[in-house]
Design a protein around this ligand. Structure first.
Ligand code: GLY
Ligand code: MN
Ligand code: MN
Length: 466
């Protein structure tokens, strides 16, 4: 009879765990490699240049928290500063090359481990890796024989300056016949890829939204009257952090009463008053993916009749706009419909008067609905892809796109054209929507939104969500 000794079992187990880790790890690495290959496929030939983000000085010798540049992260999965990714394509080969910080025990003692040059190819799946301090030594041989540079406008970026300097030197050299002389926008390729989310990207957005949901519910359940807006902000961001989100997707807005009429109100410094509404636009990131949610709720826990009348109409407009989403439509269609619907709301409530066609045609609504109906969302809260194609036609929705839908009306306190009961109210309702083959999925549908849902949530104990 054969007995396995405990030593053998534990080593077999360790090998098995290592094997599983390797598979998971390899799968993760492949995601980025596949994306690099997609970019390379769309390049005619030449070199694409993508710098990482830099540490930004906050004051004297302190720095802002580091957040990787989105395109760089999308193609590398690497989250260190001081790096440069090159994608090189010629008739003969396509390859990706990463310049990064070499190991530096003295620095690492202060700020933690660097990946280092030796590990970069195995860990990130790039074909070659070099010390970023040797960038200008390697660049000439990497750039010569390439006519095109794919680059984005990183003005004054020191690595782009190096690329320009080396390109110029090659251009002026008598011994090099082909060197970079045509510059193309790299982002026009990447932003289109980023527009269609892969399944694991959608999972990350859903995770971000699930944390943001807790934070919004806690803010509704907090007895806010008499509290400062920043106290509510602190609780929201506490939940983001506690749940493991490393960054807010943008500066949180907590705006009581008339402050909601300042579109990017981030001071959050006033006292919240009984009877006012409170507009909260806050969302966290999860592994670099954003959520972007706005809810407008009563400070006292119940909507007044006037607030309810306005709120319910904006909500109905939002629901109708969301219901139009499906492959084949355009953002312009949603924008146009939102303008008609919100103009009708203002007519119904005596905020505007006149023939609706004229008010829409002349864009009179802009006084109270001045922004777009929504925007793409993903690695950036405002993902960068244009809503039009190069030929000027509208970009058509496809399954896998994610966008916000955020109709709003902003009715300033000092505007005498507005019926008195609506002055000083700003309402925005914002959800995050995935375009699917069948139509759409509202990724934030679980966040309380109807008057009844919000008022019920206001009765809860905020500690339930901590
Ligand atoms: N939170 C920014 C926006 O709604 O676009
Ligand atoms: Mn938004
Ligand atoms: Mn928002």
């Amino acid at each position: 009879m054969f007995f396995l000794s405990p030593w053998v079992i534990s080593n077999k187990y360790k090998l098995f765990v290592l094997y599983l880790a390797y598979i998971g790890y390899n799968k993760c690495m492949k995601i980025y490699k596949n994306r690099r290959n997609k970019v390379l496929k769309q390049m005619v030939s030449g070199v694409a240049v993508l710098p990482s983000a830099f540490m930004q000085v906050r004051s004297n010798d302190t720095e802002f928290p580091f957040r990787q540049e989105s395109n760089f992260y999308y193609l590398s999965g690497f989250n260190e500063p001081e790096a440069l990714l090159l994608l090189c394509k010629s008739d003969k080969e396509s390859k990706s090359i990463l310049f990064l910080r070499k190991s530096n025990p003295e620095m690492e003692m202060w700020i933690g481990k660097f990946l280092g040059v030796e590990a970069a190819c195995a860990v990130l799946g790039v074909d070659e890796a070099y010390d970023i301090n040797e960038l200008e030594i390697h660049l000439p041989k990497l750039l010569e024989n390439h006519e095109r540079l794919y680059v984005d406008n990183f003005s004054q970026h020191k690595y782009i300056e190096s690329v320009k300097k080396v390109s110029n030197a090659l251009f002026n050299s008598r011994t090099v016949s082909i060197s970079p002389r045509t510059f193309l926008h790299l982002n026009t390729i990447i932003e289109k890829l980023r527009l269609i989310k892969e399944p694991q990207e959608i999972q990350k957005i859903k995770k971000a939204i699930s944390i943001t949901q807790k934070a919004h519910h806690a803010s509704m359940a907090m007895r806010c009257a008499g509290k400062k807006e920043y106290e509510v902000q602190a609780m929201i961001e506490y939940i983001f952090k506690k749940e493991g989100s490393s960054h807010d997707a943008y500066e949180s807005i907590v705006a009581g009463g008339n402050n909601a009429n300042t579109l990017h109100y981030i001071k959050n410094s006033d006292t919240l008053k009984e009877g006012d509404l409170m507009l909260i636009d806050a969302g966290c990131e999860w592994d670099y993916y954003a959520s972007d949610i706005t809810r407008t709720t009563p400070v006292s826990g119940t909507f007044s009749e006037a607030q309810k009348a306005l709120y319910n109409r904006i909500l109905k407009a939002q629901q109708e706009i969301i219901s139009l989403i499906k492959p084949g439509i355009t953002k312009q269609l949603l924008q146009d419909r939102s303008e008609e619907l919100l103009t009708q709301v203002m007519l119904d409530l005596g905020i505007l008067s006149g023939p609706i066609e004229k008010l829409v045609e002349e864009k009179t609504f802009k006084k109270y609905y001045p922004h777009g109906i929504g925007h793409w969302m993903g690695l950036d809260v405002h993902d960068t892809c244009p809503y039009k194609n190069e030929d000027g036609s509208d970009l058509v929705f496809e399954a896998g796109m994610v966008l916000t839908i955020e109709p709003a009306l902003y009715l300033p306190l000092d505007d005498k054209d507005i019926p008195k009961e609506f002055r000083g109210i700003g309402i925005r309702i914002e959800d995050n929507i995935l375009v699917t083959q069948e139509g759409y999925e509202n990724l934030s549908y679980k966040i309380a939104k109807t008057v009844d849902e919000i008022e019920a949530m206001c009765k809860r104990d905020y500690k339930d969500f901590l």
